[in-house]
Design a protein around this ligand. Structure first.
Ligand code: ZN
Length: 150
């Protein structure tokens, strides 16, 4: 099995068995993001403590890339500091803007490197970024985003 089919398996697995799906009650902040070009929708609830992410829960409909990417993101960021998750958001965004020229830093991005190939397809990039942008929006609104574009 080559790397590309391994990555496709991983994306399908997250799509079929999404992590942290199902909105927690009493969120600190709740955001709703849509990707009209594909019809993807994500609701995301965030809870934080003084310096880190306590929980990210979400619900959504849409293509396998949007749903799987949100699942991977929610797993990656849970328990991490605001600084670290800001770095993750920036790194994943750069990967998605790389037009297929980068494979991603697996030590940092974990399963999210499986979406590297998506950056070759401009129409799908917004699908992969949807959940990440929803999470970033929630962080920005709480004034916890510490990345490059803050
Ligand atoms: Zn999509």
């Amino acid at each position: 099995m080559n790397l590309e089919s391994l990555y496709q398996e991983l994306i399908l697995d997250h799509y079929k068995n999404p992590l942290n799906k199902g909105l927690a009650t009493n969120p600190e902040i709740s955001v709703h993001h849509v990707n009209p070009s594909c019809g993807d929708e994500i609701d995301l609830n965030l809870r934080t403590s003084s310096d880190r992410i306590d929980s990210v829960t979400w619900d959504g409909v849409g293509c396998s890339i949007s749903q799987a990417s949100t699942s991977v993101m929610s797993d990656l960021v849970t328990g991490k500091s605001f600084h670290d998750v800001s770095e993750l958001i920036d790194s994943f965004t750069e990967l998605m803007q790389s037009k297929g020229s980068e494979s991603g830093d697996e030590a940092l991005l974990g399963d999210a490197v499986a979406f590297a190939g998506v950056s070759k397809y401009p129409a799908r990039i917004k699908c992969a970024l949807l959940g990440w942008m929803a999470f970033k929006d929630a962080l920005v609104q709480l004034d916890h985003y510490q990345g490059k574009n803050s």
